[in-house]
Design a binder for this molecule. Sequence first.
Ligand code: BO1
Ligand code: ZN
Length: 283
Amino acid sequence: HGHWHYGTNWPHHGYKKCGGQQQSPIRLISSDATGEELHLNFRNYRKPIKLAYIENNGHTVQIGFSDKFIITVYGSASNFKPYIFKQLHFHWGSYNGVGSEHTIDGYRGPLEIHLVHYNRKYSSFDEAADKTDGLMVLGALYKISSRNNRFMSTVMSLVRSVPKYKDKALILQSFTLRSLLPSRLKPFFVYDGSLTTPPCYESVHWYRMKSSFHLSQYIIRNNENNYFRLVFKNTVNIGNAQEKQFRKCRSGDNNRKTGLKKTISNNFRPLQATNERQITISA
Ligand code: BO1
Ligand code: ZN
């Protein structure tokens, strides 16, 4: 994929879609969000994962698994929509005050996890990625705690071994996707958004069916898309030492002065304009 960096103007570097009107991340505010009956249904998220594939793509640490995990999302009137888990990755900062991409009621966490899923009707992530109803991303913000998160220990061992085991499979013990998410999943926010990195595909639209008004508004605007972003309001604890481990990750680029690989940090995109979008919060 193309060469891009944080802190540059992506639309000016050829990533035109990054200048769109429905970009992510955004400011999420509970009191401004519209309440709606929404349900999440995870399948296999508590099943122990045995094998992980890790990758340091220069922008983040990415982890994939050999197993297939399916998540289904229910709206009040919509049919279930199954998505298949593809990979998880993180966004973090150079200190604890920054790192998450979204903010929730003014809170910016030190770390944000993204669980990237693709629509089951496509045969692979790559096939789904540029389709308007192709992807669904679950996000959760973390919070520094005095205790280490025992579930994150497995992730930390993966993060530490990235340089050594890039693109190799690693055997894991007692690790589940569910353990990386907040203990209470509700409430969560959903909204129309985009990929937070180039090419910033803007096909992230929530299938909104709260009322006939919204339904007709939705149909006029978009009758196919159900690619959306979902962010849990509750946070997940992470130990300070664990958080620091992320800041030791190095990207593929050499620092011109020191010759060392640059560390990855502040790999979060600035907040984007909400524009006319509705933000929904699960009841
Ligand atoms: S995120 O969750 O919005 N931060 C996100 C950002 C990018 C991707 C997934 C989730 N995936 C990207 C790949 C690129 C590829 C693009 C389109 O998808 O990292 O290599 O070009 O397929
Ligand atoms: Zn991400």
